[in-house]
Design a protein around this ligand. Structure first.
Ligand code: SAM
Ligand code: ZN
Length: 278
């Protein structure tokens, strides 16, 4: 399995699997949840201004992905992950998925590397679903905005798909020359939905700010591409899109959509590739 390190304060020793536990050389141990994930979260890390997605949002995203709505994005990302792994010299590359969610992307993009893949999320509901769907991989309940349970310079490829981007920690855990793939919603992602709910569809592009942030941390910008798809949503899919989106939509705003039975929407993501300085 993917090698993790102990999260007891100042310990940081390697965790070794032993029966149904992970144990470090100082005797700290962590049980495996019955669904198959590891909870490495410490009480002080539970508190977060962003406690992970709510169950409602996680389940809405799960239904959304089950409808196959990420199919095109996965096809688009596939050559990116292949390229990232090809640059790694390891025969078993180590892949870290930050804010992995309910776990659809991991097996779709890295299915041939169950021993090298680790997904981290702060939502218990999300890691439970993820661990059930791909039990061979490593799934961790942890706060990606704190210190990651991972040794320095041990990762070949980090990925964050609409998830957390703890840039200093990504730089710390990445091997020199390791790749990092980031996807964020592009400015016209679900713009039609936002135009209906918020009157004026607010467009904003974040990717250039991310490039500056990552470059400063020693993760050198390699490539940017805009991915786009048009999709026709039925009533249930509209409801899920509203529930899973980060752009908080109030009930009064949702009411404006109640009579809409289907809708053509744009899905759009800015996808970025970085390389940790060698
Ligand atoms: C928009 S979802 C994307 C999930 C997945 N990557 C996907 O594309 O389906 C963002 C995820 O980040 C997780 N998250 C939010 N804050 C987090 C944190 N501090 N540490 C780890 N995960 C976090 C949420 O629980 C949620 O599953
Ligand atoms: Zn320990």
């Amino acid at each position: 399995m993917f090698q993790l390190r102990c999260t007891v304060r100042n310990c940081n020793s390697t965790l070794k699997p032993q029966d149904n536990e992970l144990v470090c050389s100082s005797g700290h141990h962590f049980d495996r949840a019955k669904e198959g994930y590891w909870s490495l979260i410490q009480p002080q890390d539970r508190k977060s201004t962003k406690p992970g997605d709510t169950d409602t949002a996680v389940l809405a995203r799960h239904r959304w992905l089950e409808r196959g709505y990420a199919h095109e994005l996965i096809k688009f990302l596939d050559p990116w992950t292949t390229k990232a792994l090809a640059r790694s010299k390891s025969h078993e590359p180590r892949i870290l998925d930050l804010g992995c969610g309910e776990g659809s992307f991991g097996p779709a993009l890295f299915g041939t590397h169950p021993n090298g893949y680790c997904g981290i999320d702060l939502s218990k509901r999300a890691v439970r679903l993820a661990a059930r769907s791909w039990p061979e991989a490593t799934w961790v309940l942890a706060n990606a905005d704190r210190i990651l349970p991972i040794h320095d310079e041990s990762i070949d490829c980090a990925i964050s798909l609409f998830g957390r981007r703890p840039v200093a920690e990504i730089a710390r855990v990445s091997k020199p020359g390791a790749m990092c793939i980031i996807a964020v919603p592009a400015e016209d992602d679900l713009i039609e939905l936002r135009e209906k709910t918020q009157k004026t569809g607010h467009r904003r592009s974040r990717w250039e700010t991310i490039v500056d942030e990552f470059n400063t941390a020693g993760l050198q910008f390699q490539e940017h591409q805009l991915w786009k798809q048009q999709l026709n949503l039925d009533r249930d899919a509209i409801t899920d899109a509203l529930a899973m989106t980060y752009r908080a939509v109030r009930y009064s705003q949702q009411a404006r959509l109640e009579s809409v039975t289907n809708m053509q929407v744009t899905l759009a993501a800015d996808v970025l590739l970085f390389q940790r300085a060698k």
